[in-house]
Design a protein around this ligand. Structure first.
Ligand code: ADE
Length: 316
């Protein structure tokens, strides 16, 4: 198909990269820091069993007119080569020294300004992904389907970009085939929206995926909010940390999120803070966006606008 030729032309990129060190390891494979033309790059090495994710990620980057956007991880190139008769799949992107939002939140507390800026930058990236542009750019609408703090990278201490498009779908794809009950990789169970867990998706599959992204984003907003530098401080926690085991099953998540309709606890000193009304606004955004009803959630643009509004009106 179309991108086969593209990959062939990119075959040489791996020969021009010097790998420096492994910076991440997971079920997907490994991420390495490398040097390409004197510039630090990230090399994501996919396991060959995850070729579907690799292909999807390249397809999204190269065929969706996902143009360079400040809050989307920049694509540099891809490479398919054979190494001792093993297929080697490399995705080369910009490198961000601070690592993932998950890493950052585990080790840092946030000033109010940085917190809002981090939230707004993710909302900005998600708005760009979800939005179709019929103008000259012809950008297609994309649902991410695996929004979580490990798939968001820190470009600086106050700006993030969204990464990992191995599961993403475009509006066109969802219109053509039933990816509802897909046979390939599905998103991270911990961050799965109630309607994904109990399979109660409506007819408009694409819109359903964007609404599910918003639920996952609300959990990420909760993770960020908890790290605000406002005593009493709390340690970093993943969503539902003490409610489900560390690698929760579908059933574990379904019981908590759908049956018990439990949601992460928002510390009352943040939600009930009368001195900082912007904290109440953020809590309201989070609660509305993890609602059981997908259609009563806010959309990415609304969240972005509210957060930008808070950035300009809040004085500390
Ligand atoms: N971890 C995963 N992707 C990364 C990237 N692009 N830069 C730095 N660390 C990463």
């Amino acid at each position: 198909s179309g991108w086969g030729a593209f990959i062939l032309t990119q075959r040489t990129i791996s020969k021009q990269i010097t790998l420096i060190q492994c910076v991440g390891k997971g079920r997907y494979g490994e991420v390495w820091k490398g040097l390409f033309q004197y510039e630090a790059v990230a090399v994501k090495k996919f396991l060959s069993r995850d070729e579907a994710s690799f292909n999807r990620e390249i397809e999204i980057y190269t065929h969706s007119n996902l143009n360079k956007h400040e809050n989307i991880l920049s694509f540099i190139g891809a490479d398919v080569t054979s190494e001792n008769s093993c297929t080697r799949l490399w995705l080369v992107t910009a490198y961000h020294e601070l690592g993932s939002l998950f890493d950052f939140l585990s080790q840092n507390i946030l000033s109010f300004t940085d917190m809002i800026s981090i939230m707004a930058s993710i909302a900005n990236g998600l708005t760009y992904l979800h939005t179709e542009n019929f103008g000259t750019q012809k950008k297609v609408a994309i649902a991410h389907r695996d929004i979580k703090s490990k798939n968001i990278l820190m470009k600086s201490r106050s700006v993030c970009c969204i990464a990992d498009f191995g599961l993403a779908v475009t509006k066109q794809i969802t219109g053509l085939l039933d990816v509802g009950r897909n046979n390939y990789r599905v998103g991270t169970k911990r961050y799965m929206a109630p309607e994904v867990l109990d399979d109660s998706f409506g007819k408009d599959v694409f819109t359903a995926y964007t609404c599910a992204d918003i639920y996952s984003f609300a959990l990420v907003l909760w993770e960020i909010l908890r790290r605000l530098d406002l005593p009493p401080l709390s340690n970093y926690e993943v969503p539902y940390q003490y409610k489900v085991p560390s690698d929760p099953s579908f059933e574990d998540m379904h019981k908590i999120v759908c049956v018990e309709q439990f949601r992460p606890e928002i510390p009352s000193h943040l939600e009930m803070n009368t001195e900082m009304p912007s904290l109440q606004t953020i809590c309201k955004i989070i609660r509305e966006s993890w609602s059981k009803n997908p259609f009563s959630r806010l959309n990415a643009l609304r969240i972005k606008k509210s957060l930008i509004n808070l950035m300009s009106t809040t004085t500390i």
